[in-house]
Ligand binder design. Structure first.
Ligand code: XMP
Length: 320
């Protein structure tokens, strides 16, 4: 049973020292691999692993084709400044093949999990000879998976899956007793730049968690462009998280005086402390209007833009 370390009770320096020791003990004289996505959880784990292991930690960014615009290069550049080399591995093809024809949300997550951990990571870990994978699972991921709400792609042991037997490597989860607010405190203490430790959360299945229905390169490109618009406009709001969702169904619209059966984008913007519950941010109507006009201008094929007003629960933060 995992005991939570609440953000208010957290002593970041002590936490960092303990985790660094724990990682050193788990890895022994070997090497470890770490999957960095650029989010705060995996960024904190990268810095903890780097402190513990230095050059014995290999940090990989899996380009799964589902990331935000310019993300792999941005993340690699930021970590370079912190002394951490990030290797970008192009696995786009494999992910899109695995997602082809899949529409069920849980099957989508499963396809991503299997592609990520078994195929792509399994191969990298095998080639490298590392026995250990560091991972940024947090307590909220586990709660929701165990409760059967969503299968977070990074939760195994809690589901009774032995990663050693299933994927051939051991997983170490240094921030698993924290929630997002605690992880941010540790990130700050580790000297991560504010743009990382204050970054809004982003899900493991990436933009695939924001495409309802089939995930194709074209549909991901639509949601990627919509995400750029949402992040540009809502960046300064101080909201917990904001995102764009591409719906599966089309609606009738009109363009250049003609009927256009077009795409629907749903915008969500959340106030929350730890993602367990959330309420929609009361955005001024002028901001909503700007979202609509820039979305319609910048994202081809969109004819409808809506703003989600239901709280979590019963909604969830992501749509898939
Ligand atoms: P939900 O959608 O369950 O999201 O209300 C709660 C928080 O977790 C993030 N999220 C995920 N993070 N893997 C992750 O690492 C996932 O599969 C996943 N699904 C959701 C979400 O962005 C929100 O901050």
């Amino acid at each position: 049973m995992l005991t939570e370390i609440k953000a208010q009770e957290l002593n970041p320096e002590q936490f960092i020292a303990e985790r660094v020791d724990e990682i050193r003990q788990a890895v022994g004289s070997g090497t470890a691999i770490n999957a960095l996505s650029g989010g705060v959880d995996s960024s904190v784990v990268t810095m903890l692993g780097h402190r513990a292991l230095g050059e014995r930690l290999r940090t990989v960014f899996i380009q799964n084709g589902l990331m935000r615009a310019g993300e792999p290069e941005r993340v690699a550049g930021l970590f370079k400044k912190l002394g951490v080399t990030v290797e970008i591995v192009d696995a786009r093809e494999e992910f899109f093949v695995a997602l082809k024809g899949v529409t069920d949300p849980e099957q989508k997550r499963e396809a991503i999990t299997q592609t990520f951990y078994r195929r792509v990571f399994g191969r990298i870990v095998k080639e490298s000879g590392a026995r250990c994978l560091l991972q940024g699972t947090i307590l909220t991921d586990i709660d929701e998976t165990v409760a059967g709400i969503k299968r977070q792609h990074n939760v195994f042991e809690q589901l009774g899956i032995d990663p050693q037997a299933t994927f051939g490597y051991r997983i170490v989860e240094p921030v698993v007793r924290l929630r997002k607010d605690g992880v941010r405190k540790v990130g700050q203490a580790l000297g991560l730049p504010q743009e990382i430790f204050e970054r809004i959360p982003f899900p493991g299945p990436a933009l695939a968690a924001r495409v309802i229905g089939e995930v194709t390169p074209e549909r991901i490109e639509t949601v990627r462009q919509a995400t750029t618009v949402v992040e540009r406009i809502l960046e300064g709001t101080g909201a917990f998280q904001y995102l764009a969702i591409l719906h599966a169904d089309r609606v009738t619209g009109m363009r250049d005086g003609k009927r256009d059966f077009g795409l629907q984008i749903e915008v969500r913007c959340w106030d929350s402390v730890d993602a367990r519950t959330a309420t929609p941010t009361r955005l001024p109507f002028e901001v909503l209007e700007r979202l609509a006009s820039e979305m319609l201008r910048d994202v081809p094929g969109v004819v409808s833009v809506t703003y989600a007003i239901a709280p979590k629960p019963p909604s969830t933060i992501e749509a898939v």
